[in-house]
Design a protein around this ligand. Structure first.
Ligand SMILES: C[S@@+](CC[C@H](N)C(=O)[O-])C[C@H]1O[C@@H](n2cnc3c(N)ncnc32)[C@H](O)[C@@H]1O
Length: 254
């Protein structure tokens, strides 16, 4: 889907058109499009994925609970005037909620244009239009200037990054020294995704090591078994994501 806020030639050239990326992006574009028109789908997701434990006006298509969002807001030290970047923001719910709670300014980036259109609408509806902006981008090319973000968050999307080291290097680049990165993501079991082309291209055994190598100091690392995954049951019969990770890491001053 290419709307009036479609990509510039430069942005479009940074969107890879090979590998799993176009499949994932176009799939999410279709999901955001359907969400608009299907209150039933939205309600099913809300009830099954996160048991309605998030403010309905900031509904999202991940599994994030209000408790987790509150923890992230606190651990990222968000405050009035901080700049928060939500990488893979989708339709914007979690980032907008955190910006509203903390007084932070928000930049959301995502490759799915239908998500960005919904995020801009939600920002206006929630009175955050003046301090939130949403732009096309990927984990590897956020389009955000060097060392400008006080905090970066990414909720249930890093599992899709084709190259996670490159993604973390890019998120480190946009953080000011001492700024913090909050990650909530699922992690694939490589054995379960053999022959499933859209998933599991870059499995990570332990994010802590990778975060350190990318010049972060890990402050929080929680890993939970994700045995019951509504997303997997909704979409494919294999359950490729048995682990769910919540991490907060500080950009180590160079
Ligand atoms: C499960 S949704 C989560 C969206 C949002 N964070 C939320 O909590 O509602 C995953 C998002 O990752 C985005 N995504 C997929 N591949 C990406 C990539 N390589 N770079 C950045 N975002 C990506 C999708 O477009 C989608 O919006």
């Amino acid at each position: 889907m290419r709307g009036p806020d479609g990509p510039s030639a430069e942005q479009a050239s940074e969107m890879p058109e090979e590998g799993v990326f176009p499949l994932v992006r176009d799939g999410y574009d279709a999901v955001y499009d359907v969400l608009e028109r299907s209150p039933t789908f939205a309600q099913l997701w809300r009830t099954n994925a996160y048991h309605a434990d998030f403010p309905v006006e900031f509904a999202h298509i991940s599994f994030l609970t209000l408790g987790e969002a509150t923890q992230l807001t606190r651990r990222l030290r968000l405050a009035t005037g901080s700049l928060l970047v939500d990488a893979a923001c989708g339709a914007g719910g979690p980032g907008l909620w955190m910006a509203r709670e903390s007084g932070a300014t928000l930049i959301g980036i995502d490759p799915a244009e239908a998500g960005l259109v919904a995020a801009r609408r939600l920002a206006r509806q929630s009175g955050l239009g003046e301090r939130a902006r949403f732009q096309l981008g990927t984990f590897q090319h956020t389009g955000v200037a060097d060392a400008t973000a006080d905090a970066v968050m990414t909720v249930e999307a890093l599992q899709y990054a084709p190259d996670k080291r490159a993604a973390l290097i890019e998120l480190r680049r946009i953080l000011r020294p001492g700024g913090r990165l909050g990650i909530v993501c699922f992690e694939v079991d490589p054995g379960l995704v053999l022959g499933v082309p859209a998933l599991g291209t870059d499995p990570i055994a332990d994010y802590r090591e990778l975060l350190r190598q990318c010049e972060f100091t890990v402050e929080v690392y929680e890993e939970a078994a994700a045995a019951v995954l509504a997303e997997a049951t909704f979409t494919i019969e294999v359950r490729p994501y048995p682990r769910r990770i919540l991490a907060v890491a500080r950009a180590t001053p160079l």
